[in-house]
Design a protein around this ligand. Sequence first.
Ligand SMILES: [Zn+2]
Length: 429
Amino acid sequence: MRLYDTATRGLRELPPAPGPVRMYFCGPTVYQRIHVGNARPFVLSMWLKRWLEDSGYDVTLVENITDVNDKIYAAAPGASAKLAADASDWYVEDTSGFGLGRPDREPKATESIPEIVAMIEQLVAGGHAYPAGGDVYFRVASFPDYGKLSGRHGDEEATRNPSEEDEAGELKDDPRDFALWKAHKEGEDTRWDSPWGRGRPGWHIECSAMAETHLGPVFEIHGGGIDLVFPHHENEIAQSRSLGHEFAQLWMHNGMLRLAGEKMSKSLGNIVSLREALETWGRETLLVYFLGGHWRKPLDYSDEVLRQAAAQAESFRNVFRQPSEPGGDWEAFATALDDDFNTPEALAILHGWRNHELLRRGLEVFGLESLAESASVPRELEELARRRAEARGRRDFDEGDRLRGEIEAAGWEVRDMDAEPGFQLVPKP
Ligand SMILES: [Zn+2]
């Protein structure tokens, strides 16, 4: 199994099974419902975990939740803790909608403060960080390899692209330095005690500390969106390697989702929430959609592309409505995934299969075995759902609700879809 590594800019072979493969993926900063673009690293990491486990690896996946930072304070002045707690629950609820299970551990920054403080103390003791007016800063000049991951060195760029965190600090010795600890400011409703006074951690140190707490000082894979390479991941490397820890061996960065040609981002405002996407298209269509793009490349999000994904999902259901035929080459499928986790190629291979058992096994890797079940909708229920769609079309919602009740009494759920035939029937959980 090999994967593209941002650090060496080439494909790297994973150690042979059973590994272990320890993975850390950067999770979201929680202050509103996540958008469908934020869901890509979640889906990628869960698929990769499933595939590696299928291939005999011992996998541990850790995905953090950043529940304290400037964006959260700004979103809910005086009540950020409540917002972060609610938004953490929304994140878990929404991503659980994929039906892919959960990472092995999902640590929150606010629950990892002792480990974070201990790491900052070690950095200060080693001369890699310095306190200044209640803040603590990492001294970039103390880490000669700074910039190797991203090819950027933090000169003007660091100050121009502050990313998640406000890094203005006039107390820095060097504009490239970044905050490990930030003194408590008026209006911030969360604070913790530290040797440098009351305050809270910077964003980057949270991930170094949480990754090492749960995976140890060396682990196989670190992942996240391509927008995190600089400064976030560059800074994680600086913090951990300054302490002599090897840290991540391979860096996976997924491409961004694009809406109408632009990167989907909260700051640009061109976002579709994951919840809305799941409600509109259903989990199966959304998963087929993600499969269609290589994880490293940008992926366009549009009704047209999602309609195509819905049609692809339907074509898999159709295979299960026909008699199974022998054939299909599992090796070809495995080779595609073992070669930089090429899901578009794996998807194309699955489309060629008519062998029910093999196809079900292949779809199961991606949490899509339900396509085999949703194919077996009883005819009379399909008829009820069609009549319900017609009733709603003529705005006869009472009749629509009555038919929905009949369908539910039979143990099925009907979902409205934009794609043909306008509804989807799924077995009630
Ligand atoms: Zn992170």
